[in-house]
Design a protein around this ligand. Structure first.
Ligand code: ADP
Ligand code: MG
Length: 474
């Protein structure tokens, strides 16, 4: 067989075996093959009505997917095309079945109870095509892990086994794990690849015990060729899961089956993880993903805005990178907000004010601590800052530059340091010089103090807001 559509009748035959004949007649008999795209990872099928599509998705998606994957093993994504002319009229047999839907549902549930539906079909890898090597931005903070992951794809099971990746949240562990899975699947579609969060593993294991199917569970995982376990820290403290996982690990490792594990901590630091597992996690390669620094964040944002088709200038990109200093997930969150807000104001330019509003709103809700400066291209200089602070405290410049230790003046001086640092990014020694030849440690101390007050002191927050306004108006 050469044409991909040739396999379609086989898919239908397989479905006939999986679902009742009335179900097949009602929902699959008129489903037609359209195309496979994205190197076989997406299949498009034509369905006679929207209702038909919804029904399959809601009630028969597992069977449908399994049958498709039997003959199109690379397929991850199924797309439905509703044939236009038939969209309105609903096939009579479907109308009848709609009435019987609740009945069908009951049957379905019974069937589900009978088989081991908690274990997805062998050909279902759970990979999300959204995560690829192609859209993973390589920076200094993840260069090593990206190289190692690439190496694993090329020398599966032998180069680094297991590969253990750890980092704090939102830095790309799941993305890389799935990217490896996707690349391996592309390279060798016949391999049995399984991606799953450790939490799913635990739940499946518990269900297998409840159903007295422990042997079946073991068999299922022993036949895996590539095991991708996400967030292993979840099995910490869970003794029987750890025990079963230990045996699975040994079984797969002995046969050179590739294992990749991710975690929020390095193996030794996962509390409640058995020592023998910890030592196995360290057998192969342990790598971490670091938090991206400012330049890394700029690179990531540039890549993402291009893919998302968001038009931002260099200043705005740097502003985002400066404020969202936590992780890539938060960067994506902000970019999504920006995109949505741009779509809400079609025809109008997305202004710096719009951006600042989004960043401030985002910061209020999330953990990012970077300072949101209003300074977007507007020329701000040390003198303007000094003026704004003087206005805020009703002081003279000479007060701030002088040596008085009066409380108000000292605070005004510290705030000036802080603005110099955060608005102008000046170094501590330079700030010291600008403020009448002060020592850089004094300046550093001043900046730290304001940083702390900003978090704890409402009055300080208001002062900063007001000073920013003065600055903007200056
Ligand atoms: P983790 O599993 O470490 O918590 P994820 O893999 O879920 O993090 O990453 C969070 C989000 O950030 C995902 O949408 C992912 O695609 C994206 N992401 C993380 N790192 C990168 C990167 N280097 N390049 C592109 N996107 C990334
Ligand atoms: Mg994750």
């Amino acid at each position: 067989m050469s044409v991909t559509s040739d396999y379609w009748p086989l898919v239908l035959d397989s479905l006939k075996e999986k679902v009742s004949s009335s179900n097949f007649k009602a929902w699959f008999s008129r489903v037609e093959f359209v195309s496979t795209t994205n190197r076989g990872r997406k299949i498009t099928v034509a369905v006679p009505s929207d209702f038909n599509k919804k029904y399959i998705e809601k009630k028969l998606s597992k069977e449908f997917r399994e049958s498709i994957n039997k003959f199109y093993p690379q397929v991850i994504h199924i797309e439905y095309e509703v044939s236009k002319e038939e969209q309105e009229e609903m096939a009579p047999v479907q109308q009848i079945l709609t009435l019987e839907e609740s009945e069908l549902e009951k049957m379905q549930q019974k069937e589900e109870k009978k088989d081991s539906s908690y274990l997805p079909g062998k050909s279902i890898s759970n990979l999300n095509p959204k995560y690829t090597f192609d859209n993973f931005v390589i920076t200094r903070s993840n260069e090593l892990v990206a190289n190692v992951a690439n190496g694993v794809v090329k020398q599966l099971g032998t180069l680094y086994n297991p590969l253990f990746i750890h980092s704090s949240v939102g830095l790309g562990k799941t993305h890389l794990l799935q990217a490896v899975g996707g690349a391996v699947a592309e390279q060798n579609p016949s391999l049995n690849i399984k991606y799953l969060p450790a939490e799913t593993f635990v739940n499946q294991f518990i269900l297998s015990l409840q159903k007295k199917e422990a042997a079946k569970f073991r068999e299922y995982y022993n036949s895996v060729d590539v095991l991708l376990i996400d967030d292993i820290q979840f099995i910490a403290g869970k003794e029987s899961t750890q025990q079963i996982f230990f045996h699975l690990f040994n079984e797969l490792h002995q046969q050179n089956k590739q294992i990749i594990i991710t975690s929020d901590k390095p193996p030794k630091e996962i509390l409640g993880m058995e020592e023998r597992l910890v030592s196995r996690f360290e057998w192969g390669m342990v790598v971490d993903i670091l938090k991206p620094d400012f330049e890394d964040r700029v690179a990531i944002i540039k890549d993402k805005v291009e893919r998302m088709e968001i038009l931002l200038n260099e200043n705005q990109i740097e502003k985002i990178a400066k404020v969202i200093d936590t992780n890539v997930r938060e960067i994506e969150g902000v970019l999504n907000k920006i995109k949505a807000s741009m779509q809400m104001i079609p025809g109008r330019d997305f202004t710096n004010d719009d951006l600042i509003k989004i960043l401030e709103g985002y910061q209020a809700l999330n953990g990012a601590t970077g300072y949101v400066s209003n300074n977007l291209g507007a020329p701000i200089n040390p003198d303007k800052i000094l003026q704004a602070v003087c206005k805020l405290f009703t002081l003279q410049k000479s007060d701030i530059l002088g040596s008085s230790r009066q409380k108000d003046i000292a605070l005004a001086r510290q705030l000036t340091c802080w603005f110099y640092k955060n608005e102008l990014d000046l170094s501590y020694p330079v700030i010291g010089k600008l403020l009448g030849g002060r020592d850089h440690t004094t300046i550093m101390h001043g900046c730290k103090k304001v940083d702390k007050l900003r978090e704890t002191d409402q009055k300080m927050k208001e002062k900063i807001q007001l000073a920013k306004k003065f600055l903007q108006d200056s």
